[in-house]
Design a protein around this ligand. Structure first.
Ligand SMILES: NC(=O)c1ccc[n+]([C@@H]2O[C@H](COP(=O)([O-])OP(=O)(O)OC[C@H]3O[C@@H](n4cnc5c(N)ncnc54)[C@H](O)[C@@H]3O)[C@@H](O)[C@H]2O)c1
Length: 364
């Protein structure tokens, strides 16, 4: 997926004329009283109402915000399609520093805009918005997920996200080594925050040896206290990715983990982690394939969170969600098979399968 760039003429051209565009609807929202400026982008409703979170971020310009909304919405179409959800892709961005301008008044105004779309867009949390914020948005808008359990929501999505990543990892092991077990494998987890720490639990339960790192010393210590055996810590990600005998690398911190500096020095044979946008730029997926490294596409394996918020609309049921997240194993295997069949990297194969599902839905 190529990115939309920021200049206004480029954005409009991309939207109406390029393969990266094709979005169904883009809504610009303003509420001067509360200072709300937001962009809601609906890429596709072919599979159902567009679903995706609300990013609250101090963009350098409105153009940059629109471009981000378009890219993120498009990404959600692919993610939701491969997660097997009856949802299209959408995303909203609120422009501004949440620390400075977030208020109840602003979130309520935002909720009214989302409600005005009559269910074509379902919102959730993203960078800069939290469960407590969605509780406020939900007061004005019934198409709001990511709420607290006290308000009918499912709360923290990291449990299922980690479970889904673990399924993707098992599928990767199955594809590469003919056996899904991670017993005896050495797995490096960079970033042991909400998702990473649950992932370490799954890995230890399965008998893997785990190497961790995090910029927050207390997060590392929490894991070492929880797992006195089978887990070691290294100073930083640069050290982790060079660890001798590492079988699997799980980026669970920030985006851009796979780039021109890191890919040439990876010791792992598999990359499978929770972080969004792991490929720093187009072409990295090919560099990984050329080095014989199997890459489980991030948006496929980290879909546990979106599976959870989608379920909220029907009255959250953890077991039903877990059953759906278990299917990430089969989806990941299908992507590797398609990649092999078409002679393309798994990231490209994932995009093709998602596009196929959307095209079939459009043709119904
Ligand atoms: N939480 C979810 O349900 C979910 C769903 C899909 C994708 N993701 C993605 O997964 C990733 C992790 O999400 P999370 O909810 O666990 O976030 P988090 O903030 O709880 O955890 C991230 C951890 O990474 C650490 N970190 C930051 N920079 C680092 C660096 N340079 N090296 C090593 N560690 C570093 C942080 O200290 C933190 O402990 C993010 O990229 C997020 O977008 C999360």
């Amino acid at each position: 997926m190529t990115e939309v760039t920021g200049a206004p003429a480029d954005v409009l051209h991309t939207l109406f004329h390029s393969d990266q565009g094709g979005h169904e609807q883009v809504v610009l929202c303003q509420d001067r009283a509360s200072g709300l400026k937001a962009v809601i982008a609906l890429h596709s409703t072919a599979l159902g109402p567009a679903l995706g979170g609300t990013r609250f971020y101090p963009y350098a310009s409105e153009q940059e915000a629109v471009a981000d909304a378009l890219n993120l919405a498009r990404g959600m179409s692919y993610k939701n399609a491969l997660a097997g959800l009856d949802h299209g892709g959408g995303k909203a961005v609120i422009i501004g520093d949440p620390e400075q301008i977030k208020s109840e008044e602003l979130l309520l105004a935002y909720g009214r805009f989302v409600a005005s779309l009559g269910g074509r867009y379902v919102t959730a949390c993203d960078v800069g918005t939290y469960v407590a914020d969605m509780d406020v948005v939900a007061r004005e808008c019934r198409w709001t997920t990511g709420r607290s359990p006290e308000n009918g929501g499912a709360g923290d999505s990291s449990v299922l996200t980690a479970f889904g990543v673990f399924q993707g990892m098992r599928a990767s092991a199955q594809h590469l080594w003919g056996d899904p077990t991670l017993r005896g494998r050495k797995v490096g987890v960079s970033g042991v925050g909400k998702v990473g720490h649950h992932l370490v639990d799954h890995l230890r339960e399965d008998g893997a040896e785990v190497v961790i790192t995090d910029v927050r010393a207390e997060s590392v210590q929490r894991i070492l206290d929880r797992h006195p055996e089978g887990v070691t810590a290294v100073a930083d990600t640069e050290t982790l990715i060079r660890t001798e005998g590492l079988d699997i690398y799980a980026p669970c911190a920030l985006g851009g983990a796979l780039n021109d500096e890191t890919v040439p020095v990876l010791t792992a044979r598999i990359v499978c982690g929770a972080a969004n946008n792991q490929l720093a730029h187009p072409g990295v997926e090919k560099d990984l394939a050329d080095r014989g490294i199997l890459y489980a596409p991030d948006y496929v394996v980290n879909a546990g969170g979106v599976i959870q918020v989608a379920d909220e609309l029907h009255g959250f049921d953890f077991d039903r969600c877990k059953a759906k997240a278990t299917k990430i194993f089969d989806t990941t295997l299908a992507i590797f098979a398609r990649a092999k069949q078409d002679g393309i990297p798994p990231a490209a194969a994932a995009d093709r399968i998602a596009e196929q599902r959307m095209a079939e839905a459009r043709g119904r």
